[in-house]
Design a protein around this ligand. Sequence first.
Ligand SMILES: Nc1ncnc2c1ncn2[C@@H]1O[C@H](COP(=O)(O)OP(=O)(O)OP(=O)(O)O)[C@@H](O)[C@H]1O
Ligand SMILES: [Mg+2]
Length: 491
Amino acid sequence: MKIIEMPPFAPVLMESTRAIGYNLEAAVADIVDNSIAASADKISISFSPYDAVPYVSILDNGIGMSEIEIDNAMRYGSQSSLKVRAETDLGRFGLGLKTASLSQCRCLTVISKQQDCLEGRRWDLDEVYRNGSWSLIKLETADINKIAQYTTQLKDLDHGTLVIWEKLDRMLEGTTSTDKTMNKQMDYVRNHLSLVFHRYLSGETGIKKVAISINKQPLIPKDPFLIGKSTNFQADEKFIIENHPVHVSCYMLPHISKLTRQEKDELGGSEGLTKNQGFYIYRNKRLLVWGTWFRFHRKDELSKLARIRVDIPNALDHLWTLDIRKSSAIPPDVIKKNLERIVERISEGSKRAWTFRGKREISDKGNHLWNKTHIRDGVVYNLNRDHIFLNTLCESLDSAQKSLLENYLKLVEGNLPLNQLYVDLNNEEQVNVKKEKDAEAEALEFAKIILNNIKDNPLRSQQIQIMIQTDPFCNYKRIVEFLTEELNKNG
Ligand SMILES: Nc1ncnc2c1ncn2[C@@H]1O[C@H](COP(=O)(O)OP(=O)(O)OP(=O)(O)O)[C@@H](O)[C@H]1O
Ligand SMILES: [Mg+2]
């Protein structure tokens, strides 16, 4: 028996790894990962469809690379995926720089500056094909100085790294309009990075703030939890797995009617809310996977406001079966059961936010327009026969009229357009929208009618007290004040 060396054939392997499945957004994010891991706090992404050679470049002001480091960085498999990484390292496989870049282009140039050292390397797939070997191009200082992106972007920095993608065959595949295609695709990149790196962009406590721009336009962090507006349905939790902490925070977005148009758009409207409910898995504060319940739960209307943030450290990568693109991760059994338990509770919470408006109407203390009763097969809504307005009205009717009215009320209750309402609400139609001011004026008008009807009633004070706790009067501060004044006048 003997061992024979069987190295891969460079052009074939490089060509094959282009098909790992990166899209442009994920590929750029992988390069940004490297910049953040290199302690950069400013990352400038540029692209130009108008240059003779269209390009995408990513510049950072991180620590840069020495001669040995850049050589190693350009190697496929520059570090073992089994190696323990620094806590802040966003890398794992030693491949991203090459595989992500060459999934989008045929020519990858990396120029790095560190103190006095300026280094440039290039993988050009056409050159690799020509030579049939792993022929990495080393750029001399004179070559680097001829590169426009270097002279305009990196040259003036003390340290940093510039990644340039040219021969953008994948990105521009089949396009008849380079500028339209590039602009559109870079819009996707903008959205993706704003979400994936939102905690770095906003400089969350404990994270070094990073400014990222695309063609000089700064990225605005996109917070999927609307922190500040959403509620924490339960206390944050921490599980210790193999001596490493996994943090879980549960957020419930506000009811859709409380979102501004811009927030609704950012969250993707009703469809986006449903699609993006679920877990948000962050690895070292960088979003990896989102909008999934990992089969613990079905994506449904009732849980569409629930989003659960899970923070995992890179030391647990082996448990999460991370993929090379860092676009998928599967929770290990040890934490599956904890997540399952949380999912059950969070769906309950979401149900509360959705049905809150209904509940308020039937809740305990006040005197409401509608009563909700649970029966064996579901729920029944009835108009509250003890509502003060109805009582006042009935007092002025004879028994035949009362019976007619009762029949009419039953008709109304039995014919609520529930199915249509359900459809409208799901389509985010504002149902029965009335200007708040009009609704208030109407309620005030009703209050005055009742006051007039009970003006000689010996129980007037008690009745006004009831009115103060009654829908719709109790919903308006001004009407409550008006009724309180009436009560005081009464002595
Ligand atoms: N912008 C950068 N600044 C400094 N060093 C860098 C930069 N980009 C890459 N490197 C170095 O090159 C190495 C290889 O990067 P590459 O993205 O290929 O793999 P990785 O980040 O280690 O793992 P992964 O495949 O998970 O991304 C990095 O580990 C880092 O040491
Ligand atoms: Mg990397």
